[in-house]
Design a protein around this ligand. Structure first.
Ligand SMILES: Cc1cc2nc3c(=O)[nH]c(=O)nc-3n(C[C@H](O)[C@H](O)[C@H](O)COP(=O)(O)O)c2cc1C
Ligand code: SF4
Length: 792
């Protein structure tokens, strides 16, 4: 055999191959495992080596992102005010360095509206200072002195003048002339403080000029900032709040429509937009030659309260969000006041036919019920009695079981009634009383007109509190605007709350609601300040006030605080009516002129409703020389107008009230449950109401009754007929002398012997008399969108 070309013989080659194969077969598993192990090691080695190489390959990208050696966590981030071009709002402005530092450093001021409420001086537990800045403008040099003096006084009341309290959060306020500052420094974003621990609060004292001046430039700047697409629409949201006071001249510009303080109003409006509605106190206005000092003092007093609250709580307090745009805040519910009986658009729940049981105890059994209520105590484990509230569904089979001794609350917190009423804006006080701000109160606060009671009786709507000590009623009137949510019943079957609790509760909740109007556009500082003193109580909100067993004690509390009272009852509780002590004016609702019509309209729960009604009229007649009595007629087309003037005249002849108020039912466009199926077609036109009143007056004269048409309030479709007892020297005197009323009560006692003539007031103002429309000339009438309209 020849060796191959490499000198290895074939036999040796075969032997080697054989040997290798043998070896493989014998050790292949360890070989494979070792190879895998080595490969893994190699891979790990390569992986770690590659990482290092990568860093070297792209050093710049990393350098920009995290030069860890450069980060100093203790370094304070710059204060950044976010603007429109910040993508996703708050966090994107600034470098990554700032972002990382922010996580560990102090809070940054952001451009969005504070989530903590309307203004906040606490940043994550950190105490912050408040810097008040007082901006002013001037042409004829009066305002600088006014602004200076104002600021000094403010500083001393806040305790931040030079010698002020050391622990005050307020820094000494600064006065700034708009003509001398750079607007960009204050009105694009708030100024940054060096310490970063200061928030600012803006005040403005702004005279108005109908010629070109610094105010125009300033207003343009505000407007442009708001419209600048590069800037957040509310870039001044980080300020704690703002308020404006206007100076004007009533001689040249007597009313706001004629331009009184028009530029202050504009500043107020634009600041609302730029600050995200942080109006901390309503716009104040005054004429330095007349009421300016008084108005400014009033404004300062109110502001001081707000600022002190800010210092203590870190927030401006609850408030209705308002904005500079009147459209946004005109979403008030319609017509929820005692005088505004409303037809709602129909969304009919099933009409019910039966009547509530007549076997319930009558309301006259109140004494016994009260004893039960006292005995009720904590024993809540008695067998469950049926809920003593008829949720307006007549015909519920409640008759037998209700005799159970357990007395429940009329409107328990957990009940659907409570939820429904609070949703509608009522505050429930105790377990059966309620209070709500009526839309006229809001309207008067904004200088947009008072209710007809201002025109007829001189009551300021913004000083009126509408409440009731009994949310329950014994009628289910077709035009009732209570959305079918109030409890009804012929008897008082519930726990009785003490009058003091109700009195304190309704006042507290009323003021709370007034305070919430502080930030609403158009609210006037002067009226706001006045509204913090209730002068009148309309006991008519919902339910039947004389249903409440302690109504006389409740009235005495009102009168002791010189709050006048108008009480409206439904002529279904003659015994309570007979026991009623003096009220300033006593109303009985007269919703129909005959039995059938009354049944159809009031849908009374009492079977003997007509007899009760007649007895109430008799009581009123007897009382006419002791109480100022009023018939209130609510006209509903298709129900109680047609051919009823004669019938009403008969009722007037029976009751001989001092006054007859005639009012057209009002339309409310919302869709709620109304069993009656009333529509807009049931709302009489004002002219139809006028025609009816003329016919009624004629029918009264025909009977020899001396009544005449005394006053009107066309805005609320309401006309007043008065007995000629109130016609003095050819002039109607429908107004009330409230001071005299309280004096008489003090002199003669709560049940004293005095007559309505004894507290008859001055002559009815000319503008309110029949034929003159009756709109308060001090105010501006507006349509639903807040646009001015001609008063009629
Ligand atoms: C030229 C001029 C125009 C005015 N225009 C108005 C006006 O349109 N509405 C208004 O209420 N007051 C107007 N006023 C009254 C001023 O606003 C008011 O007197 C104010 O207190 C002046 O402040 P000052 O002295 O700081 O300029 C005007 C006054 C001047 C001198
Ligand atoms: S009297 Fe009071 S509650 Fe009634 S409508 Fe006028 S302001 Fe409203």
């Amino acid at each position: 055999m020849f060796p191959d070309s490499r000198g290895v013989s074939p036999s040796i080659m075969a032997e080697i191959t054989h040997y290798v194969l043998e070896l493989w077969h014998e050790h292949r598993i360890p070989i494979i495992m070792s190879t895998l192990f080595v490969l893994s090691l190699l891979r790990i080695y390569l992986h770690s080596t590659q990482s290092k190489q990568g860093l070297q390959a792209f050093p710049k990208a990393y350098e920009k992102v995290a030069p860890s050696e450069k980060i100093n966590v203790d370094e304070k981030p710059k204060l950044v005010v976010v603007k429109e071009d910040d993508s996703e709002g708050s966090e994107s402005t600034g470098t990554t360095n700032e972002k990382r530092a922010t996580k560990q450093g102090p809070r940054r001021i952001k451009g969005d509206v504070s989530k903590k409420g309307r203004g906040s001086v606490e940043a994550e537990g950190e105490a912050r200072n408040i810097q008040v800045l007082v901006f002013f403008s001037s042409l004829t040099a009066n305002t600088p002195k006014i602004a200076q003096a104002f600021t000094q006084e403010l500083a001393s009341t806040l305790g931040c003048s030079a010698e002020g309290k050391p622990d005050s959060k307020f820094l000494p306020p600064q006065v700034l002339d708009l003509a001398e500052i750079d607007f960009d420094e204050y009105f694009i974003t708030p100024p940054k403080s060096e310490s970063e621990r200061t928030d600012v609060f803006y005040l403005f004292v702004i005279p108005s000029y109908n010629i070109d001046c610094i105010n125009d430039t300033f207003l343009e700047h505000l407007q442009e900032t708001h419209h600048d697409f590069r800037i957040d629409t509310s870039p001044l949201a980080p300020i704690l709040g703002y308020s404006v006071f206007g100076l004007g001249d009533r001689e040249g510009w007597p009313t706001e429509e004629e331009g009184f303080c028009f530029q202050a109003k504009e500043v107020d409006r634009w600041m609302a937009k730029l600050s995200g509605r942080k109006r901390a106190y309503p716009l104040g206005m005054g004429d330095w030659k007349r009421d300016g000092k008084e108005r400014l003092l009033e404004w300062r007093t109110g502001l001081t309260d707000v600022l002190k609250q800010l210092e203590q709580t870190g927030a401006l307090g609850e408030g209705v969000p308002g904005s500079g745009d009147p459209l946004e805040s005109d979403d008030e519910e319609e017509a929820e006041d005692d005088g505004e009986v409303v037809v709602e658009e129909v969304s009919v729940s099933k009409a019910t036919k039966g009547r509530s049981s007549g076997s319930l105890e009558d309301v006259e059994d109140i004494g016994r019920i009260m004893e039960l209520s006292r005995a009720d105590g904590p024993d809540q484990k008695k067998p469950a009695a049926p809920l003593a509230i008829d949720f307006t569904t007549e015909g519920k089979p409640v008759s037998k079981k209700v005799t159970s001794a357990t007395v429940k609350e009329m409107v328990p917190k957990s009940s659907p009634t409570y939820a429904a009423l609070t949703k509608q804006g009522y505050s429930i006080v105790g377990s059966h009383s309620g209070v709500k701000i009526c839309r006229w109160t809001k309207s008067a606060l904004r200088g947009r007109g008072s209710c007809y009671k201002f025109s007829f009786y001189g009551i300021n709507s913004h000083q009126c509190m509408e409440s009731t000590p009994s949310l329950s009623c014994s009628n289910k009137c077709v035009f009732c605007w209570r959305h079918g949510t109030n409890p009804v019943g012929t008897t008082w079957r519930w726990v009785v709350d003490p009058p003091q609790l109700i009195f304190d509760g309704v006042k507290e909740n009323h003021y709370k609601k007034i305070k919430m109007m502080r930030g609403v556009p158009g609210v006037r500082a002067e009226r706001f300040a006045e509204a913090m003193r209730v002068r009148h109580c309309a006991l008519s909100l919902v339910g039947e006030p004389i249903f409440y067993p302690h109504i006389n004690e409740f009235l005495a509390m009102l009168h002791a605080e010189r709050i006048s009272s108008f009480l409206v009852c439904n002529a279904q509780h003659p015994d309570q009516l007979a026991a009623l002590q003096h009220v300033t004016q006593l109303y009985v609702s007269i919703d129909a002129s005959n039995r059938e019509s009354l049944r159809r309209i009031d849908r009374p729960l009492h079977r003997d409703f007509w007899e009760r009604f007649q007895r109430c009229l008799d009581i009123l007649r007897e009382r006419r020389f002791r109480q100022r009595t009023v018939f209130r007629l609510t006209l509903v087309k298709g129900f109680n107008i047609e051919d009823e003037a004669e019938g009403y005249a008969d009722l007037v002849e029976k009751g001989l009230p001092c006054f007859v108020e005639v009012k057209g039912v009002t339309y409310c466009g919302t869709s709620t449950s109304s069993n009656a199926g009333l529509t807009m077609a049931n709302v009489p036109f004002y002219q139809e109401v006028c025609d009816f009143v003329v016919a009624l007056e004629r029918a009264l004269r025909k009977r020899g009754l001396e009544y005449g048409i005394a006053a009107e309030h066309a805005h609320s479709c309401c006309i007043l007929l008065a007995s000629e007892r109130f016609l003095v020297d050819g002039k109607w005197h429908t107004l009330i002398d409230y001071d005299r009323f309280f004096e008489l009560l003090e002199e003669k006692g709560l049940d004293g012997d005095f007559s309505p003539e004894d507290y008859m007031g001055a002559a009815t103002p000319e503008w309110a008399t029949w034929g003159n429309g009756g709109f308060d000339p001090r105010d501006q009438r507006v349509d639903r969108k807040g646009r001015p309209i001609e008063a009629t």
